[in-house]
Design a protein around this ligand. Sequence first.
Ligand code: AMP
Length: 171
Amino acid sequence: MEEIRKLIRDIPDFPKEGIIFKDITPLLLDPKAYQTTIDVIADRYMDKHIDVVIGVEARGFVMASTIAYKLNAGFIMVRKPGKLPYKTHKATYQLEYGADSLEIHQDAIKPGQRVLIVDDVLATGGTASAVTGLVELMGGDLVECAFLIELDFLNGKEKLKDCPIFSLIHY
Ligand code: AMP
């Protein structure tokens, strides 16, 4: 785990002042460490009968699609508004200033399907809680939200009270 942690790079003041961006690109460049990362997360769900894995644009896609492949599950893209070509459901969530939205295809989740949400970072929890709302709206059975990194000091867990959370690395 220390090996993985060492490959996550802090970029101060990106994308704006005061934010320390957790850059996972050095980890993605290291085949062994990235394989271990994916294996540890995927192994946790191997016997959990996951039907679909959701990835959130854009770094979430990278991890979620690989985990879906390992779990023999479908992969769903949740994207910024206007990017998905078919009919969508939309969830709007609050940012520090203003609001943002995410969309999912209306036929992505069938009622009762077992769903895993995967993203690289849990920060304030706004993104993940918007996605859990979409899963609920569509009648999916949310198994867990899995993150590579959780920023504990931002207390994103508070916004995800009704959803089990797993994070590989905590800051
Ligand atoms: P939040 O909605 O605040 O939990 O933010 C989560 C989303 O923003 C994730 O999709 C992350 O990829 C991204 N994110 C938020 N904070 C950071 C950070 N410090 N470093 C890297 N990505 C971040």
